[in-house]
Ligand binder design. Sequence first.
Ligand SMILES: Cc1ncc(COP(=O)(O)O)c(C=O)c1O
Length: 470
Amino acid sequence: MLNYDNYLSEQAKLVVPDGIRGLFPLEKPGVVSFLAGKPNPATFPFESVTLHLKPPLGVDAADGAYAESLKGQKDEEGREIKVDEKGQIVLELEGKDMQEALQYGPTAGIPRLVTFLTEFISTVHERPVPSATAAPTTNGKSSPISRPDTPHHPSKTQAAQLTQELSQTARGEPTTETVNDTTGSASNGHAEQTPWRITVGGGCQDLLFKAFQALLNHGDPILVESPVYAGVLGQFLYLGLEKVEVPTDHQGLSADALRSVLESWPEGKKKPKVLYTVPTGSNPTGASSGTERKLDVLRLAQEHDLIILEDDPYYFLASERPKSYFELETQVVPGAGRVVRFDSLSKVLSSGMRLGFAAGPTPIIKAMDVFTSAANLQPNGMSQAIAYRLLATLMFLWIDVSPLPDTYNLVMNNALAKGVLAIPGFAFMPNGGKTSFVRASFSIVDMGDAEQGFRALGEAIREMRGELGL
Ligand SMILES: Cc1ncc(COP(=O)(O)O)c(C=O)c1O
């Protein structure tokens, strides 16, 4: 693991976590908290928020087929999905969800949003959320699902452990700080992986500024692709950074140009330690870096001790998505830990909600959080709650496969053997136990694969029913 003290700015090393926020993790049910500063939620004048979601682009909600397809579907908490008279999905924020949205909360974001995004990033970029018990899978990567010892059904303890491993399901309501401190600390079956975690911010813009502050001192050089996203120029100016231009070509940042900048670095001049790049649909050129290009850049980062700030707000808009730096670094850098990745919800949900998230080595993300706790305490709670409700509802299918009484063996044996993986429902039961539900997250699977996956799951269900004579 890198020594991040060599990378953190003097400012980041000076600033200590906020004395009040640092105690938030200790506020748990059963503890009478006299911590200062949280307004009494009874005084908030909002009871609930109702959201009516437009149908997906190109779908006419009025013709009834869309509403029909939603019939019987459940959201992430097992509630029936409601549809309004226009045939649109209706989401309600109320009760404890509403209170959480309106109240001060953890610096890094509302725990279940952080948990959701951690799992999401882990899946999309094949960066396991490892734990001490993570088992290597056949492809050599560690699986977040470790198989319990018993061939039949996990015990409650194993279930609880698995539940925690499955990205510390927020239903158990660990604090973000707790979640974050345990995330990403184990091996991938090869090199020991640098722990990584997520933080949520007011868009990429906000998080980039905090990353620059966490890593760079006034006067430090920073490697930037040229042309560069103009939004960071003001930040460099404000922080007094020296911009070192790295030319781009049709694939974005040029690895050859980067090499020549680094290899011709003037003797005695402070070397750069940070590289900023927009690898997908670069703003303004539109160029995207392919896998080989990224691998070349990563090799240079390793050789020259660079941290790469991967600003990727257009990733989910691209028709082709090459592997990210965050994913590829595990192929080049033993133990990873050189990439901080920035994602934005601006282009996929709404830019006015001001939400983005960063994933990277825990010491860097922690340092960024210290800037958040000083500057704005936390990201906007209402935006986060809405985003969570929306993403979780639209991304998961909570499928009832009764009369099968349980889904552990179905998922881990029959379905996996057919090349499809989902999450057995017991992982979401607070106390373990059997359940006939499976959770399928389909948002990032392309249509062809989704069809094939659901067909395979269907076959596995029929096979299991046959085995059990049901
Ligand atoms: C490359 C790049 N980075 C960051 C941002 C800012 O994104 P956000 O709205 O998440 O702050 C933009 C916005 O256009 C962008 O183009």
